[in-house]
Design a protein around this ligand. Structure first.
Ligand SMILES: Cc1cc2nc3c(=O)[nH]c(=O)nc-3n(C[C@H](O)[C@H](O)[C@H](O)COP(=O)(O)OP(=O)(O)OC[C@H]3O[C@@H](n4cnc5c(N)ncnc54)[C@H](O)[C@@H]3O)c2cc1C
Length: 302
C-alpha cells in the first residue's frame, strides 16, 4: 500500500479546507486534487495543484479580455482545430503539478522528459523506505524475440518462481546492507549519499513534477502508447484519466488526433491513395522497408 493512515488523514485534511477564488477551476480536477491514485505495488500519482481548464485554452487562443469562451461547441471546435494544426502554445496555458511515487528505473525513463520542473526526494538528506517494485506474476515476461526493446511471453513455473525469489531476496539483502552501513550503532555510519549506491533500481523514489498541458500531452503520447514499457505506461494511463476529467474537450482532441491517430510518411500516404483506387500494393511495390511496411500494415489493420 502506498499510503500510511497518517498520510491518508493529511490528504483528507487538505481536501476539507476550501477557499473562494476568482480563478478558473475545473470541477473534474477538483475531485482529484490531493487524492492518491495507486499505481504498481507501492506507487502513486496525485494532483497537488493545477492552473486553467478548457476555457483557458480558448481564452489564450483568442487573446481575450474576459473568459474568452463562446458556445461550448465553438470552444471544442477551436480546441480541435488547434490540436489538428499543431498550434500548441494555447495548451501551454494550462499547468499541472503532480506528486509521483515510482520505481527508480521508471524514474530514469520519466526524467528524460526535460520540459518539466522536478523536485525529487533527497536520498542524501533522508533514508529511503524499504519499498521495492516486484512485478505481479502476469507481468513477469520473457525477452521479446521480435523487439529488442520489448517483452514476450509470460514466464512460467519454476523459472517465474525463481526470478520472483531473486528479486525479493536481492532487494531485501541490499536494503539490509544499506541500513547496516547507515547505522551509527557502535560505528561511524556511512553517509546517506554514499550508502544509497547499494540500492537496486526497483526501489521507490518520489518527486513533485510540474509541466504544462502541451508537454504533458507529449509525455502521454509517448508513454501511454502500447509500445511503452508497462511500468511507465500504467502511470501515463492514470494521468490520462485525470486529464480527461480536467480538460475534457482538450483530452478528447488529444485522444482523437494523437493517441488514437497515426502519422503517415509520404510513401505510406501514396500507398493509401493507391489502395483507395483499388490497386494491390505489396511491400515490394510500396517503396517501404520491411519494418516500415509492418508498421504501416499495423496502422491499416488496426
Ligand atoms: C519507446 C521509447 C524508447 C526509447 N528508447 C530510448 C533509448 O534507447 N535510449 C535513450 O537514451 N532514450 C530513449 N528514449 C527516450 C527518448 O529518446 C526521449 O528522450 C524521451 O522520450 C523524451 O522525449 P522528448 O525529448 O521529446 O521530451 P522532452 O524532453 O519533454 O522535450 C519535449 C520537446 O521539447 C523539445 N526539446 C526539449 N529539449 C530540447 C533540446 N535540448 N533541444 C532541442 N529540442 C528540445 C523537443 O521538441 C522535444 O520533443 C525512448 C523513448 C521512448 C518513448
Amino acid at each position: 500500500m502506498p499510503l500510511t493512515p497518517e498520510q491518508r488523514a493529511e490528504i483528507e485534511d487538505a481536501r476539507a479546507e476550501t477557499r473562494q477564488t476568482l480563478r478558473a477551476t475545473s470541477d473534474g480536477m477538483e475531485s482529484h486534487l490531493y487524492r492518491a491514485h495507486e499505481v504498481l505495488d507501492h506507487g502513486l500519482v496525485r494532483v497537488i495543484d493545477y492552473m486553467g481548464d478548457d476555457s483557458a485554452i480558448v481564452q489564450a487562443a483568442r487573446v481575450s479580455y474576459g473568459r474568452g469562451t463562446k458556445a461550448v461547441q465553438n470552444d471544442e471546435g477551436l480546441i480541435r482545430y488547434l490540436m489538428r494544426h499543431w498550434h500548441s502554445t494555447p495548451f501551454e496555458m494550462c499547468e499541472i503539478k503532480l506528486h509521483v511515487k515510482l520505481p527508480v528505473f521508471v524514474a530514469r525513463q520519466w526524467i528524460r522528459h526535460r520540459t518539466a520542473n522536478v523536485n525529487e526526494y533527497s536520498a542524501r538528506y533522508s533514508i529511503l523506505d524499504r519499498e521495492f517494485y516486484i512485478p505481479a506474476p502476469e507481468h513477469l515476461a520473457a525477452q521479446s524475440v521480435q523487439n529488442n526493446q520489448g517483452r514476450g511471453e509470460t514466464l512460467e513455473g519454476e523459472e517465474a518462481a525463481r526470478v520472483l525469489d531473486w528479486l525479493r531476496e536481492d532487494a531485501g539483502r541490499a536494503y539490509d546492507h544499506y541500513e547496516a552501513m547507515l547505522s551509527q550503532d557502535g560505528q561511524q555510519g556511512l553517509a546517506r549519499e554514499l550508502a544509497r549506491m547499494n540500492l537496486p533500481a526497483n526501489i521507490y523514489t518520489q518527486w513533485y513534477w510540474k509541466t504544462d498541458l502541451q508537454n504533458l500531452f507529449h509525455f502521454l503520447r509517448l508513454r501511454a502508447d502500447p509500445h511503452a514499457q508497462y511500468e511507465i505506461r500504467v502511470y501515463a494511463e492514470a494521468i490520462c484519466r485525470i486529464v480527461a476529467d480536467w480538460v475534457p474537450a482538450a483530452y478528447r482532441a488529444f485522444e482523437d488526433y494523437r493517441l488514437g491517430g497515426a502519422s503517415l510518411s509520404a510513401k505510406a500516404l501514396d500507398c493509401v491513395r493507391r489502395m483507395g483506387r483499388g490497386e494491390e500494393v505489396t511491400q515490394e511495390t510500396s517503396g517501404m522497408s520491411k519494418g516500415e511496411w509492418r508498421e504501416f500494415m499495423a496502422v491499416m489493420e488496426g
